[in-house]
Write a protein that binds this ligand. Structure first.
Ligand code: FE2
Length: 345
């Protein structure tokens, strides 16, 4: 970790502060890093090509499909007629599997531990001491007929009352994702105008949300973005590519319109220095109970349980723990935050 230590000395007082030296400002001004960070700063999002080598990305896609088949509910990857709600674990209309301890499956942790993925975030923060979110996985099947329509839900994942760059979100893409293949839709440059937007639109009624860290754009909000020259784009990528975006960048997802399923794993890292000891203890609890934390690595939210509800009843396939427990190495264990918890004095 590159750090600078500054000392301010006043009579009788010495204050020491440690701050990352090269952390990105994410302020929209031109930069000259010569890598993905220039696009990220300018557009509020970036694609890191081949963050995971293709062969391993294909192995993870295979493990994802095997996981779905492993519920023994009838789904078979080679038989599109089996893509039905009754044959699958509970998946919400946005393609997310929220329960079953999926976030702690070995293959999901293996993806989190991919060096090219971690290094991307380490570069942005100029910090090797990171923690990772225990976030969900996403599967959106091609040609699926029994799903409620996934209406666009443009939003930013950051409380407007807490402006400035706070969180970099990410997803690892495992299947080809061309223009018709579903996936992430972003509004480049929205991060730059976020503060101005919220100042000027302060009187607009808020779309109800379960957390203040989610802000949905109303029709008037969408018009504001367009009046300020912003447009929406579909992010296209290949298996093994990582997409990262500033939480202030407006975004949503769309299901596939073509013949390719969408498979994605949400991965979000932040410096452990941004988490309090209390956060880390909460995070340790989530890890030990194999619960999810949403995309916030500092465990702002922890899921109440791993029970999936199916037609108002607990899914018979509900489970508290993953099918395959995670196998952590030194680096992934650090990402749990546990080694950074100080012993009580
Ligand atoms: Fe989001």
């Amino acid at each position: 970790m590159s750090t600078t230590t500054t000392e301010t000395t006043a009579p009788g007082l010495t204050v020491s502060a440690t701050q990352p030296k090269g952390r990105m400002a994410l302020d929209g001004s031109p930069t000259n890093y010569g890598d993905f960070r220039d696009a990220l700063n300018r557009d509020g999002y970036a694609v890191i090509k081949g963050a995971i080598p293709l062969e391993r990305a294909q192995k993870y896609a295979d493990e994802f499909y095997s996981y779905l088949e492993g519920f023994d509910l009838g789904y078979k990857r080679d038989d599109p007629s089996t893509v039905k709600r009754a044959n699958l674990p509970v998946i919400n209309e946005k393609g997310m599997i929220l329960a079953y301890g999926v976030t702690h499956e070995k293959w999901v942790w293996d993806i989190r531990g991919e060096p090219g993925v971690i290094d991307t975030f380490a570069k942005v923060y100029d910090d090797e001491d990171l923690i990772v979110s225990f976030d969900v996985v996403n599967v959106q099947f091609a040609n699926r007929e029994d799903m409620p329509e996934n209406k666009p839900w443009p939003h930013q994942d950051q409380d407007p009352s807490k402006p400035g760059f706070r969180c970099l979100q990410g997803l690892v893409n495992l299947n080809p994702a061309g223009p018709n293949d579903g996936g992430l839709i972003v509004c480049p440059g929205g991060h730059r105008l976020s503060e101005q937007f919220h100042a000027e639109m302060a009187d607009e009624p808020r779309i109800p949300a379960w957390t203040p860290e989610w802000f949905g754009y109303t029709e008037k909000g969408m018009k504001w973005l367009s009046d300020h020259g912003l447009e929406w784009v579909k992010v296209c990528c290949e298996p093994g590519d990582l997409i990262v975006w500033d939480s202030r960048t407006p975004h949503y997802n769309l299901p596939p319109a073509g013949n390719q399923d969408r498979l994605a794993i949400y991965t979000c890292y932040m410096p452990v220095a941004q988490a309090s000891q209390e956060d880390l203890i909460k995070k340790k609890g989530a890890f030990e109970k194999r619960l999810g934390t949403t995309h916030w690595p500092n465990a702002v939210h922890v899921a109440g349980s791993n029970i999936a509800m199916r037609n108002g009843e607990p899914c018979p396939k509900s489970r508290d723990r993953p099918i395959q427990e995670p196998v952590l190495n030194d680096r992934t264990f650090k990402l749990t935050g546990i080694p950074y918890i100080k012993a009580a004095v």
